[in-house]
Design a protein around this ligand. Structure first.
Ligand SMILES: NC(=O)c1ccc[n+]([C@@H]2O[C@H](COP(=O)([O-])OP(=O)(O)OC[C@H]3O[C@@H](n4cnc5c(N)ncnc54)[C@H](O)[C@@H]3O)[C@@H](O)[C@H]2O)c1
Length: 323
C-alpha cells in the first residue's frame, strides 16, 4: 500500500483523509489546529499527527502527499512537496496564478512526479456519462455548454465566487470540450465584501466556435448544481441536486428548414435518464491518484488539465477586474 501524508482536516479535508485512510497507508496527518490534531490522533492511532508539514515530508517512506488546506496555501505546500520528491494530490485550485501553476507542472515534469488537482467532478459517474455522450457523437455537434452553480452561501472571504465555485464548472467544461477558450469574459458584483465577488457571470468562446457560460453565485435563492450540454442532435442535463435522475437526455433538436416557409422546425422525441452508478466520486478520484503514483505520471494530463483551468481562471479574473 502506498504510504501517504495528508495535510488539512477541515470541512472538506475530513472527507479526503477518510478515503485516503481506506485506500492507502496513512502515515502522517498535518493540521495547524490543535483541537483537530487531538481529534485525529485519537481517530488514527497508527498515524503521526503533527503541525509540521516539513517533518512529514522528511519521512523517506512517504511516497505521496494529499493537500486539503485553504486555497492560498496550496501553491507553497505543493511546491515544497514536489521539491521533496513526493507525488502530490492537491485540492482545487493548486495555485491562484497561471505562472505559479506552470511552475508546479514544471517541477512535476522534472521530478517525474504525479501532480493531480482535485477536480472532483471529472470522477462523478453522472458527468462521465455526459462525457461519453459527447465523445460518442450521440449529441451531434455540441454548440453550447452552460453551468449553474448557485446557492445562498457558503460565503468565503479568501476567494471569490469565480475561484471558489467556478473552478468546478470550468474543469468540467474544458474536459467536455477538450479545448481552451480564445475568449473569456466575466462580469460580477461584490455586494457583501469589497473586492470579493459574490455573483459572477462568465462567457467563454472556443476555437471550434462552441461557447460556454457559467452562473456562479453564493447570493441566490436556488441551490443549483447543473450542467447543460446542447447538441444539434440531442441535449443532456446533469443535475447534481437530483437523487436518482442525475442525467437526463432530451431527444430534441432543431430540424431541417421547412421548404415552404424557410423556417427551422424542431423535433421532440423521448426524454430518458440512463442508470448512473452510485460510486463515490472522491473514492474514484483518489483511486485514480494512487494508480498514477503506482504506474507513473505518464503524459501529466491531470497536471496539464489543472494548468488549463488556472489559466482560464486568470483570464476571467482579468476580465472581471476590467482588463
Ligand atoms: N472538491 C470539492 O468538492 C471541495 C469541496 C470543498 C472544499 N474543497 C477544497 O478543499 C480545501 C479545504 O477546504 P475546507 O473547506 O476543508 O477548508 P477548512 O478551512 O474547513 O479547513 C482547512 C484546514 O486546513 C488547516 N490548515 C490551514 N493551513 C494549514 C497548513 N499550512 N498546514 C496544515 N494544515 C493547515 C486548517 O487548520 C483547517 O483544519 C480547499 O482547497 C477547498 O477549495 C474542495
Amino acid at each position: 500500500m502506498t504510504r501517504v501524508a495528508h495535510a488539512g482536516v477541515g470541512g472538506w479535508g475530513k472527507n479526503v483523509v477518510r478515503v485516503a485512510g481506506e485506500l492507502a497507508d496513512l502515515a502522517w496527518i498535518v493540521d495547524l489546529d490543535e483541537d483537530r490534531r487531538a481529534e485525529y490522533a485519537a481517530r488514527y492511532p497508527a498515524a503521526r499527527v503533527t503541525d509540521s508539514f516539513t517533518d512529514a515530508l522528511a519521512d523517506d517512506s512517504v511516497e505521496a502527499v494529499l493537500i486539503a488546506t485553504p486555497v492560498p496555501t496550496h501553491y507553497a505546500l505543493a511546491k515544497q512537496a514536489l521539491e521533496a520528491g513526493k507525488h502530490v494530490f492537491v485540492e482545487k485550485p493548486p495555485a491562484m496564478r497561471g505562472e505559479e501553476m506552470e511552475e508546479l507542472v514544471e517541477l512535476a515534469r522534472e521530478g517525474d512526479l504525479v501532480l493531480m488537482p482535485g477536480h472532483l467532478l471529472l470522477y462523478h459517474p453522472g458527468l462521465r456519462k455526459v462525457k461519453e455522450l459527447v465523445d460518442s457523437g450521440e449529441l451531434g455537434d455540441v454548440a453550447v455548454v452552460y453551468g449553474n452553480r448557485q446557492n445562498l452561501g457558503v460565503i468565503r472571504s479568501n476567494e471569490n465566487a469565480l475561484w471558489s465555485l467556478g473552478v468546478h464548472d470550468l474543469s468540467v467544461i474544458l474536459w467536455l470540450l477538450g479545448e481552451e477558450p480564445v475568449e473569456a469574459v466575466a462580469h460580477g458584483i461584490d455586494r457583501l465584501q469589497k473586492g470579493i465577488e459574490d455573483v459572477v457571470f462568465c462567457f467563454l468562446r472556443f476555437p471550434s466556435g462552441r461557447v460556454a457560460h457559467m452562473h456562479l453565485s453564493w447570493l441566490d435563492p436556488h441551490k443549483m448544481r447543473k450542467m447543460t450540454v446542447v447538441g444539434l442532435e440531442k441535449m443532456v442535463v446533469f443535475d447534481d441536486m437530483e437523487l436518482e435522475r442525475k442525467v437526463t437526455v432530451y431527444d430534441k433538436a432543431p430540424w431541417e428548414p421547412a421548404q415552404t416557409y424557410g423556417e427551422w422546425r424542431t423535433r421532440t422525441g423521448d426524454i430518458f435518464s440512463p442508470k448512473i452508478p452510485n460510486d463515490e466520486p472522491l473514492r474514484l478520484e483518489l483511486q485514480h491518484f494512487l494508480e498514477l503514483v503506482a504506474n507513473g505520471p505518464g503524459d501529466h494530463r491531470e497536471a496539464l488539465d489543472g494548468l488549463a483551468v488556472v489559466r482560464a481562471l486568470d483570464r476571467l479574473t482579468e476580465s472581471l477586474r476590467g482588463g
